[in-house]
Design a protein around this ligand. Sequence first.
Ligand SMILES: Cc1ncc(COP(=O)(O)O)c(C=O)c1O
Length: 405
Amino acid sequence: MSFDVDALRSQFPALAQEGLVYLDNAATSQKPQVVLDAMAQFYAQDNANVHRGAHRLSARATRAFEGARHTLAKFINAPASEALIFTRGTTEAMNLLANSLGAMVLGPGDTVLVDEWAHHASIVPWQQAALRAGATLLPIPLGRDGRLDLAAYERLLADQPKVVVLTQISNALGARAPLGSWLPMARAAGAITIIDGAQSVAHDVIDVQALGCDFFAFSGHKMYGPTGIGVLWGRRDLLDAMPPYQFGGEMIHQVSFNQSSFNQLPFKFEAGTPAIAEAIGLAAAAQWLQGQDRQALIAHETALLEYARLRLSELDGITLYSAFEDNAGALAFNVDGEHHQDVGVWLDQAGIAIRCGHHCCQPLMAALAVKGTCRLSVAAYNCRDEIDRFIAALTDYVEFLYDDA
Ligand SMILES: Cc1ncc(COP(=O)(O)O)c(C=O)c1O
């Protein structure tokens, strides 16, 4: 299978808008027509609530919804689809874990490790769980080279943390965590391991069994799927032992006013009516991705990011924060002496969408000693011409500054 970026782009209706250069894919990606069609088809033909109707429409909706679970389990090579929980996204998955697993395993004096480039979605739920348990949340710091500090990690692991949360690809930097060696180290220290895959799911082929983590979380909207849906996959024995996170319909087995018993996996963690159309849309996105030549997509994105990095490094007055060889998806930079927001507004006037701010990574921004950065992030449908237009607009900005000086 060969890779044709124009053919790929034509499948995304939002990209047909005149003048738009969309380079904010780490925030959310655009959606291919097949995803929109799958959701529209569900509402037009199969709409009913799942798991509880006696009628044929409900049976069809249930089949489509559980089929989506099965598709997504295959997408990440999960051994069983019962251990795949639908959530609203990575944030809800992390809250589920911090509340439920946190209550089960954390006690006074325990530690939880989270990498310093983590998104607030990984930090804050565990910070709150640690507070409740009398435990301590500790950052795995960045080293001087801007990578996570191996020596510090080894020291932190020596205290036998209960939980280690690692971000596979940093949304703010595009940098990659060395999971191949770091996950076995965490396991050897007796920690339960959680991977934030919010960014990696769009750029890597995910295999949770090969990774060897205990939990893996991701959001649908960053991998060409809809908003409002995501996945938490977990080790079955742990999920079985964990208490429910939210309570209500669907997640119960038997209810009386005195007591309730709870449903089996995955329903124990899916209280209330789920996001049915969104789950179906997410499965369509996964199938769409699997239908592509993934290696060609990865090679295209890598080459594009490297091209952007080279072009950026040719400009005067630019500080790059993530010039790592193994970056994926995103590049962070600032125009020296300029507020990141001003750069973003200028680029927007040229039709170019990037993200400017702290990227929900305030501890990382503190470590980098900046208030925020500009971030360009690519998806498989981006092309060189878009990077050129971005560089041209940024060059205008820098020249405008120097003219003004
Ligand atoms: C690395 C990372 N983790 C977690 C999240 C939170 O994802 P969501 O807002 O979809 O729950 C994001 C979103 O930007 C992210 O990039």
